[in-house]
Design a protein around this ligand. Structure first.
Ligand SMILES: NC(=O)c1ccc[n+]([C@@H]2O[C@H](COP(=O)([O-])OP(=O)(O)OC[C@H]3O[C@@H](n4cnc5c(N)ncnc54)[C@H](OP(=O)(O)O)[C@@H]3O)[C@@H](O)[C@H]2O)c1
Length: 331
C-alpha cells in the first residue's frame, strides 16, 4: 500500500488526488465490466487514493455505488466515500428540469428535503456501509431552495448517516447561502487545464475554508494526450470538444503542453494533475480510469513538484491553448 501526500477539504483529510468512479459504469467512457471495475478501484486504493467519488446517478440502479461497495469490502477503514444524490427521482415524484450546455441538453433532478433521507439510505445500502463521508446534491434543484436541501443533509449529519456536506456544480452565491446553513467541506466543480475554475467560486471557497474537488481533471481523458478517436457508443461523442474536427484541432493546439510534459519526464496527464494541485492547497482532483497502469501514473502526480519557472511556462502555453468547442456543462 502506497501513502500519498494529504490535503484537507474543510475538516475532511484525504489523499491529494482521489479517484472518480464514474468511468466504471457501462455507457460512459468505453468498455467496462464489474470485474475490471472492482480491480480498478482496488488499484486506486493500493496506490494510495483515500477519496472515492461516486453518485447514485452513475450507471443503472445505483450500479456505480454497488461496485464501489464491492471493492471496499474489507478495505473501508481510512477511505472517504463521497456520493451524490438527486438524479434518481423516486417513482411518482417530478424531475425538475434544467438546461445544460452539452451531452444531454437538459437534466432533471429532485432534491426536495422529503426525499433526501431515502436517497441516503439507498446509497448506504448500495455502498455496503453505515456512513457516507461526503454527501452532495449532484446539481442544485431549480425548484427547491438550496438551503432546504442542505438542511435535510444537515439532519443526516446530526443522525450520523453522513459525516460532511458537499456541493456540486454550484455558484459562489449558492455556496455562501448553503454554508450559512451548515458548514460545507467541499465544492465539486469542473476544473482542469482546458476548463478554468469559476473565479468567484474559487474566491468564495478560499474565503470560507471550503475545499475544491476538481471533476474531469483530465478533461475526460483529452489531457492525457492519447484520445485520437472515440468508439461509436462513447458518451464523449456528445461533447463538442471531442467531435472529430474539434478533437484534431484541440490535439494540435495541445502539442506545446505535451512538449513541456516530455521535457520534464512526465506524461501529459501527470502534468495536468500536478499543475492543478499547484493552483490551490485545497484542490483535490478525482481522475477516473479503468486501467491500473493509468491509475498508478495519475496518483503518482501527487508527488510532482513544479518549479515557479515551469508553472510560468505552463501558464504561457495555456494562454495559447484555446480549445475548440463548448467546455462547461453549465449554461
Ligand atoms: N459532479 C459532477 O457533475 C461530475 C461530472 C463529471 C465527472 N465527475 C466526477 O469526476 C470524475 C472524473 O471525471 P471524468 O471521468 O469525467 O474524466 P477524467 O478523469 O478527466 O478522464 C477520464 C478518462 O481519462 C482516461 N484516462 C485516465 N487516466 C489516463 C491516463 N493516465 N492515460 C490515458 N488515459 C487516461 C480514462 O480512460 P481509461 O479508463 O482508458 O484510463 C477515461 O476515459 C468522475 O469519475 C466523477 O466521479 C463529476
Amino acid at each position: 500500500m502506497t501513502t500519498l501526500p494529504r490535503r484537507f477539504l474543510g475538516d475532511l483529510e484525504t489523499s491529494a488526488i482521489g479517484f472518480g468512479a464514474m468511468v466504471l459504469s457501462p455507457g460512459m467512457y468505453g468498455e467496462i465490466d464489474d470485474e475490471r471495475a472492482v480491480a480498478a478501484l482496488r488499484a486506486a486504493l493500493d496506490e494510495g487514493a483515500t477519496l472515492i467519488d461516486t453518485s447514485d446517478g452513475y450507471g443503472a440502479d445505483g450500479h456505480n455505488e454497488r461496485v464501489v461497495g464491492e471493492a471496499l469490502k474489507g478495505r473501508r477503514d481510512g477511505v472517504a466515500v463521497a456520493t451524490k444524490f438527486g438524479f434518481r427521482v423516486p417513482e411518482g415524484a417530478e424531475g425538475h428540469r434544467f438546461p445544460v450546455s452539452y451531452a444531454f441538453g437538459e437534466l432533471a433532478v429532485n432534491a426536495e428535503p422529503r426525499y433526501v433521507r431515502g436517497y441516503a439510505e439507498q446509497s448506504l445500502r448500495n455502498l455496503g456501509t453505515d456512513v457516507i463521508d461526503l454527501y452532495y446534491p449532484h446539481f442544485p434543484d431549480p425548484q427547491v431552495p438550496l438551503e432546504d436541501t442542505v438542511g435535510a443533509v444537515a439532519d443526516l449529519v446530526k443522525d450520523g448517516l453522513v459525516r460532511h456536506l458537499g456541493l456540486s456544480n454550484v455558484t459562489a452565491d449558492q455556496l455562501r447561502r448553503a454554508h450559512a446553513v451548515h458548514p460545507v467541506a467541499a465544492v465539486q466543480t469542473q476544473w482542469s487545464m482546458w476548463q478554468p475554475v469559476e473565479p468567484e467560486l474559487h474566491a468564495a471557497a478560499r474565503e470560507l475554508g471550503v475545499g475544491i474537488v476538481a471533476w474531469s481533471p483530465l478533461g475526460g481523458g483529452f489531457l492525457a494526450g492519447t484520445v485520437q478517436n472515440l468508439a461509436q457508443d462513447d458518451f464523449r461523442r456528445n461533447i463538442p470538444r471531442f467531435d472529430e474536427a474539434n478533437l484534431k484541432t484541440n490535439n494540435d493546439r495541445y502539442a506545446p503542453l505535451r512538449g513541456i510534459a516530455a521535457d520534464l519526464g512526465l506524461t501529459p496527464g501527470q502534468l495536468a494533475l500536478a499543475w492543478l494541485l499547484h493552483q490551490d492547497d485545497h484542490v483535490v482532483p478525482i481522475p477516473g480510469s479503468r486501467t491500473p497502469a493509468h491509475i498508478a501514473e495519475n496518483l503518482s502526480a501527487a508527488r510532482v513538484d513544479l518549479h515557479a519557472d515551469t508553472l510560468a511556462r505552463i501558464d504561457e502555453a495555456l494562454a495559447g491553448f484555446d480549445p475548440q468547442g463548448t467546455g462547461s456543462v453549465l449554461t
